[in-house]
Design a protein around this ligand. Sequence first.
Ligand code: AMP
Length: 291
Amino acid sequence: MKIIHDLNEIYAQIDFVRRDAKRIGLVPTMGALHAGHLSLVQRAKQDGEIAVATIFVNPTQFGPKDDLAKYPRTLDSDLTALREQGCDIVFVPPSDRIYSGSHSTFVEPPSVARRWEGELRPGHFRGVATIVLKLFQLIPAHVAYFGRKDYQQVAVIQAMVDDLNLPIRIEACETVREPDGLAMSSRNRYLSKEDRVRAVGLWRALSLAQRRLDAGENTRASLEAAMRAELEKAPVDSIDYAAIVHPGSMEPVEVVEESAIAIIAARVGSTRLIDNMTIMAKEVQRMERTE
Ligand code: AMP
């Protein structure tokens, strides 16, 4: 596994690989890797790509209230895990080479960034879109793999790729969960033992939305109320949102006819957690099974 820090070197290396007619799969991360991140590398390898992971804690996507300095940094164990996963190249750029002192160009995020995380974390998606575009420039890959765990993030990146005609395919990969349903996240390490028990409330609330839909309850009002009640039962400490949204626009849907995305952001102790689930009407589930 090649570990590259230099920007000219990564570009040259990717150019070299592409000349060999090899396909490149990019996996952008901020490190503190867990099985969810590694599943993206695994997917790139399964698809027959040269897997290129990046590790960069992107300062521009952190707000003043988010603690950039506290973000976990575990480079040595990250590199070991990537090597074990068969990752081919890891790019770990120095921060001052990505953002020079005079850096002033940013991507204006697409409209799907407006609500939810975009509203609660002003500037977050501007930072995400900017770093992802930079990485796409430095590492002209054929495919980039992202986790559905960050559903709105994938929607923002897909819209940016479409709007700016970027020559790359975006693959959204399933969320990897702990055995009890909690979505894996770098932030889970901050949960105390007691928080960890309550954190599974997000998964329970999402699963309940699907069960209620199965039982014929398909209005936004009733599904959202059910999710909130389940979150309060956990109990989580506060709820930022618990909503039923359209899979493409992420605008709230009043009635779930076929499918929708249930999304939650809640705080457990001092840790903010997000999760989501695609919920489907019974007929759609049946059709998916027979396809
Ligand atoms: P991060 O390092 O948190 O920016 O995440 C890097 C990539 O890993 C993003 O595309 C995330 O959506 C993805 N990811 C994070 N957690 C999971 C998970 N539990 N399952 C699948 N992908 C994930």
